[in-house]
Design a protein around this ligand. Structure first.
Ligand code: NAD
Length: 509
């Protein structure tokens, strides 16, 4: 059956309601501005142009940095309570606009609307969570000498440049600037040009909740990002995106001639390890959740895209996983029934299908999906979630990040060999271990080279615990007190205390 037609688009009202006729503007110094240049953003469910959005150039970025620099002393002086009050206002605005934001996110990113309500909910929890976490920071008193008092204070960097990826645009825009803000920095935020709409809608909410210049939003691509990275005022840069761009940002930051603190949240090729003693049905559910298929079509840095299954349960696992993913309904993202939407762009779709074709010619077996779903708009970027079995560790699909709905299953027999394969990639972001043996669980969690490990669980982030990667998955940790510390510079103060006798002599006593 071939692809169907426009009469399956009852959700097209959503575009009329939330996009058509609206102006999406950047936020610079408290003003909503259009800038001099514009570009298009596309609905991945239909392939249609949704609207025009501003495309910032270096001059716009310069104005945003200047506004952030001017606002920073006042924002810092507001103190923790003043800043926390703005966070409270922002959380309330997110809650008030939950439905609009979730639908707009589904329209612009292709992520299914039901899950995007969840992303708004998570964002609200993070906005409410950061001020409390920041109160744990304190300072230190260090017994560094017998005759002195040695303590630390900390100060914000000033202006932080925050660059984000396309896959959770709303959640990233709403939450990733927050640890910089609560510690007294001001921010210039640049989202992905592929999915700018919710960030631009949030710009209006930022303008309501925060004083002018504290949060600035510029849209655009590499040119705008580079202008932010190389701007002499921006000493702290936080980046979420791909390894090549992360490496480029480190280089460009150095070439600016200024020493900068760059944190990088990059890609993953994450291993899920299934032991023969596990509940296979639970592991299959964990694999589907861990792939984030029903949240962002598997376009997630943390997805368990490599599943290493012990041979004793391999065939049972593969059959159950193939059956489970083939039940997912791939639809227009803003249809209520969609379990999965389209991938973000035509290029991303070509990337996914290219990986699948090469995997099959490398000798893997496609046991589910990879084809185009029926009943979806003809020009949308849809692909059914794919399961590959018979994948060998050296294959491209076992080494490189697809960033899409492609799960590779690898069979294993020997524990040490399994660990070697699990660690034999350039990435080290997440891992997931499935077993009912507690010793084995802890031993394997320790052996896997990854920054975030789940046991009998997958996908979920636990606010307050440090998230981040080893190897080429990045540097730095987020969502935790560690991240807060990364937005301040410490100062050590040493007070030499005179002996009590000399104090008395000094006083003439
Ligand atoms: P990308 O690297 O193509 O783009 C990310 C951002 O960088 C965008 O805003 C883009 O405009 C900007 N950019 C591009 N060139 C730039 C330059 N020269 N200077 C400054 N900025 C520049 O990534 P993407 O395609 O948006 O996202 C997918 C990647 O992001 C995947 O590799 C994924 O694993 C990763 N990711 C990681 C995390 C994490 O937390 N570790 C989360 C989400 C996504």
């Amino acid at each position: 059956m071939t692809d169907t037609v426009d009469d399956v688009l009852p959700a097209s009202d959503a575009v009329d309601r939330y996009v058509t006729g609206r102006e999406f503007r950047m936020l610079i110094g408290g003003e909503l501005v259009t800038g001099d240049r514009a570009t298009e953003t596309v609905d991945p469910s239909t392939g249609a142009v949704l609207t025009q959005v501003p495309e910032a150039g270096p001059a716009d970025v310069g104005r945003a940095v200047a506004a952030a620099e001017a606002a920073q002393p006042g924002w810092h002086a507001a103190g923790h309570d003043g800043r926390a009050a703005a966070f409270g206002r922002f959380a309330q605005l997110l809650e008030d606009h939950l439905e609009e934001l979730a639908v707009l996110e589904a329209i612009d990113s292709g992520n299914p609307v039901r899950a995007m309500r969840g992303d708004v909910g998570i964002s609200v929890a993070y906005v409410r969570g950061w001020p409390g976490l920041a109160q744990q920071m304190g300072g230190q008193v260090i017994p560094a000498s017998r005759d002195g008092l040695h303590y630390t204070t900390s100060s914000p960097y000033g202006v932080v440049g925050r660059i984000t990826a396309f896959n959770h645009p709303l959640m990233f825009a709403a939450t990733r600037p927050l640890p910089a803000l609560i510690t007294g920095n001001t921010v210039v935020l640049k989202p992905s040009p592929q999915t700018p709409l919710t960030t631009l809608r949030l710009a209006e909410l930022f303008a309501e909740a925060f004083p002018p210049g504290v949060v600035n939003v510029v849209t655009g691509g590499a040119e705008a990002g580079d202008a932010l990275v190389t701007h002499p005022t921006v000493k702290r840069i936080a980046f979420t995106g791909s390894v090549p761009v992360g490496l480029l940002i480190q280089r460009r930051a150095a070439e600016s001639g200024r020493v900068k603190n760059v944190s990088l949240e990059l890609g993953g090729k994450n291993a899920m390890v299934v032991f023969p003693d596990t509940d296979v049905a639970a592991a299959v559910e964990g694999a589907v959740d861990g792939m984030n298929l029903t949240v962002c079509q598997g376009q997630s840095c943390g997805s368990n895209s490599r599943i290493l299954v012990h041979r004793a349960v391999h065939d049972e696992f593969v059959a159950a996983l193939a059956e489970r993913v083939s039940r997912l309904r791939v639809r227009t993202a803003y249809e209520e029934t969609a379990d999965m939407g389209p991938v973000v762009s035509a290029a991303q779709l070509a990337r996914v299908t290219g990986f699948l074709d090469r995997a099959v010619s490398d000798g893997a077996t496609l046991v589910a999906g990879g084809d185009r779903p029926t009943g979806v708009p003809r020009e949308g970027y849809f692909v059914n979630p794919a399961v590959l079995s018979g994948v060998q560790p050296g294959m491209e699909v076992a080494q490189d990040e697809v960033f899409g709905p492609v799960v590779s299953v690898l069979a294993w027999d020997d524990y040490d060999e399994m660990v070697r394969v699990a660690n034999g990639v350039e990435f080290g972001l997440t891992a997931s271990v499935w077993t009912s043996d507690l010793d084995l669980a802890h031993r394997t969690a320790a052996a896997l080279d990854a920054g975030y490990v789940w046991v009998n669980d997958s996908s979920r982030h636990y606010f307050g615990t440090p998230f981040g990667g080893t190897k080429n998955s990045g540097t730095g940790r987020e969502e935790s007190v560690e991240e807060l510390w990364s937005y301040v510079e410490q100062k050590a103060v040493h007070v030499r205390l005179r002996s009590s006798a000399s104090v008395l002599t000094h006083r003439g006593w």
